[in-house]
Design a protein around this ligand. Structure first.
Ligand code: SF4
Length: 250
């Protein structure tokens, strides 16, 4: 072997051993043992001492993704994305179908007439909008005439495709919040999560499960505005939910 080749191999071996030495130092630090007598560079310390994000911080980060999302056509016609509202570690989560006119203008879920009725239901359960979590299966306003977001009475239910595309955000919200129980409001969100075909009048009040979380479907508050005789059924369903939250039994 020529001397130059021999030196090349020697240098390569030396640099590999140096890399291995640094790698070993990192592994030792990862296991929280004190590194011998070497000082850990400041940049490296920052990486290893970084705290995990809180649920609230994770939701805020996801909210930014939703604010910029245009993965379905609703993203091109909405005024404001409506991410969700409430406590990041709520036991109870309400899920509706999608934002309407008021929600699209303010970026807040359930703030129109149906939303005010939902707020009353939540308060009758001894809770507030800030102690539960409220979201929709799609985050942008589904409109009959998408060219006119300023028109009232322009709402429609989301299509199965819109729900399918957007549901990943809801799944991430559920995963972050980890509620004990979910209430789906109306046929769209119930069908979107459970993939069941029964009418809401038949499936409401039953105990279902979604991704390991208990789920109770009930009527959408807008149905109660059209037909107040449905209120008693919603209250029956909410009593089941409260019983579960108080006792862990259902
Ligand atoms: S509805 Fe959902 S998927 Fe469609 S643009 Fe809005 S955030 Fe994105």
């Amino acid at each position: 072997m020529k001397q130059s080749e021999y030196l090349k191999i020697l240098n390569l071996a030396k640099s590999t051993l140096e890399d291995y030495d640094n790698w070993g130092e990192t592994e030792i630090y990862k296991t929280s043992q004190k590194p011998s007598n070497k000082t850990i560079p400041e940049k490296q310390q920052k990486i290893f001492t970084k705290k995990p994000l809180t649920s609230k911080e994770q939701l805020e980060s996801l909210r930014k993704q939703v604010d910029n999302c245009k993965e379905c056509s609703l993203g091109t016609t909405r005024l404001k994305a409506v991410f969700g509202h409430g406590f990041a570690n709520a036991d109870l989560m309400f899920i509706g179908e999608g934002p309407g006119y008021d929600e699209d203008h303010k970026g807040e879920p359930f703030i129109g007439r149906a939303g005010q009725l939902l707020t009353k239901i939540i308060e009758a359960m001894g809770k507030t909008r800030d102690t539960v979590y409220i979201a929709n299966i799609v985050k942008c306003h589904p409109m009959i005439d998408p060219s006119n977001p300023e028109k009232r009475e322009n709402d429609r239910p989301p299509t199965p495709l819109e729900m399918q595309v957007c549901k990943k955000y809801l799944d991430m919200q559920i995963n972050i919040i980890q509620p004990k129980i979910i209430v789906t409001l109306g046929a769209s969100s119930t069908k979107g999560l459970l993939n069941r075909e029964e009418p809401i009048s038949r499936i409401r009040g039953t105990i279902q499960e979604y991704n390991g979380v208990k789920l109770v479907p009930t009527y959408h508050p807008s149905a109660l505005l059209r037909n107040s005789s449905l209120k008693k059924f919603v209250w029956e369903d909410m009593k089941k939910v409260m019983h579960f939250l108080n006792t862990g039994e259902i």
